[in-house]
Design a protein around this ligand. Structure first.
Ligand SMILES: [Zn+2]
Length: 485
């Protein structure tokens, strides 16, 4: 439906039941009993109308790649037999791409182990850490010309490659057949999935997007994109609907830069407070301490943000507050990875994992996000996790850091360039990026669930074409054509 004029009738906005008239991509009018003639009408039945949600940290190309991959995580492939079957029955005919592998399934993999599991088709399996690809012999033969002499290509005593390639993503892509069409189709599906969740915009947190990766992202149109990897991308390479965000800086926690190197990473041009804002990946206490010290020396600039801040002890609160940097957090990791945290994370760090309420009390802006595909993209699940902080096995982590659902949802409504800032509102003149729920807001906050999303509009248009919920107004009252969820 591309109706220029849309009337969202009987929707709840800021606690009041009103009609909302959408025209030319904007919220044109809000009021009681707005005229219906000449508009397409959606009967909201008192459901909440909120701004379209914005996921402040995810990875679109990786989400699409996962869709084209076989899941061989311990959850999906718990043992050797299931792993072999998953690889043997991979759809398609060419390369098999498998992700999420962990040694608990069938021990360390190399080309010989993979040849036994899946010999005929070229197969590459990514370790769960993301740092290692293992290729079988058929795959190695196809990329032979791209195996360099670095230590990243593991070799046995005779110099024969073992199939284990470390940190080889960029070099592998050059060796593989062009996957552009498949990737674009998968990106379109990813966008539809996000829209169905009520999401109208996302911040892609992948560092250093090259022109090819940026071009692919145009397949997610009409999602609004905010890119942390586009600092060096020329304007004409930016996909439509995309804006340039702070520059993502990835710190390797097992190989932290020296303090001086970090200063240069954060401010490569030496521009001081004239520098571009940064989004610094910090998942350890050490990386956060180092980053905050460097930002204090350089002077913070508006837009600086910390990704993850997985471990934030209280002594860092004053620095975070004074620098005014936002913390972009992933509370749902407490659900999906929390049981591992409880056994693996240093006991001294455990009280300070993915904090929220305590940081907010200290005056720090905190914002929820998914980090999909490494976490679930479902914002309603993320909101639940922020309120519960419960692991899959049922333990809780840092109950004092729980926030209510309204706080967590509000962070999804904060603007792309101000994560955790004041939420956007449904207001006259604002872009009609909207999410209509099947129930009033209080009910949705009581039991946040993806099934509550009834309609998503981007620029006044429903990209999913809900179809049956619309009807052209013929002067009669609208009759609901679709049951609310
Ligand atoms: Zn990420």
């Amino acid at each position: 439906v591309t109706a220029a004029d849309l009337l969202l009738a009987d929707v709840e906005v800021d606690g009041r039941r009103v009609d909302v008239h959408v025209r030319d991509g904007l919220v044109h009018a809000i009021g009681a009993d707005l005229p219906r003639s000449g508009t397409t009408v959606v009967d909201g039945r008192g459901g909440a109308l909120v701004p379209g949600l914005h996921d402040h940290h995810l990875h679109l190309n990786a989400m699409a790649a996962v869709r084209r991959s076989v899941d061989v995580s311990p959850e999906a492939a718990p043992d050797r037999d299931v792993l072999a079957r998953a690889l043997a029955t991979a759809p398609g005919t060419g390369w098999v791409r498998a992700v999420g592998y962990h040694e608990s399934t069938a021990g360390p993999l190399d080309r010989d182990a993979l040849d036994e599991l899946a010999g005929a088709r070229p197969v590459r399996v990514q370790h769960r850490s993301g740092a290692l690809w293992v290729l079988n012999t058929a795959a190695l033969e196809r990329v032979a010309d791209h195996l360099d002499d670095s230590e990243d290509v593991e070799r046995d005593a005779t110099g024969r490659p073992t199939g284990r390639l470390w940190r080889y993503d960029a070099r592998l892509v050059r060796a593989l057949p062009d996957q552009g069409p498949e990737q674009r189709a998968a990106l379109e599906q990813v966008a539809r999935e996000l829209l169905r969740l009520g999401i109208t915009g996302v911040t892609d947190a992948t560092p250093n997007l090259d022109a090819r990766a940026a071009r692919l992202l145009s397949a997610t149109d009409p999602l609004r994109l905010h890119l942390l990897g586009a600092a060096d991308l020329p304007d004409d390479e930016l996909p439509p609907h995309a804006s340039r965000g702070p520059r993502k800086v990835l710190l390797r926690d097992h190989d932290l830069p020296s303090y001086d190197d970090l200063l240069a990473l954060l401010d490569p041009a030496g521009a001081g407070t004239g520098r571009r804002p940064v989004a610094v990946h910090c998942v350890s206490r050490e990386s956060l301490v180092l980053t905050l010290a460097a930002l204090a020396e350089l002077g913070s600039v508006s837009g600086d943000r910390i990704e993850h801040a997985a471990v934030t002890p209280p002594e860092l609160e004053p620095a975070l507050r004074e620098l005014g940097v936002a913390v972009v957090s992933q509370p749902d990791f407490l659900r999906t990875r929390g049981d591992a945290y409880l056994s693996d994370v240093d006991p001294d760090d455990r009280p300070w994992l993915y904090r929220w309420a305590g940081l907010a009390r200290a005056g720090v802006s905190v914002c929820a996000s998914s980090d999909a595909p490494y976490g679930s993209a479902d914002p309603w699940q993320v909101v639940r996790s922020a309120t519960e902080r419960r692991t899959l096995a049922g333990s809780t982590i840092g109950v004092d850091e729980r926030v209510d659902a309204a706080t967590a949802l509000a962070s999804y409504l904060s603007p792309a360039d101000d994560p955790g800032g004041p939420p956007r509102r449904v207001a006259v003149g604002a872009p009609a990026d909207l999410c209509l729920l099947g129930v009033p807001r209080d009910e949705a906050l009581h039991a946040p669930n993806r099934d509550l999303v009834a309609l998503t509009l981007v620029g006044g248009v429903d990209p999913l074409d809900g179809g049956s919920i619309y009807h052209d107004n013929n002067g009669t009252d609208p009759t609901p054509l679709r049951e609310p969820p």
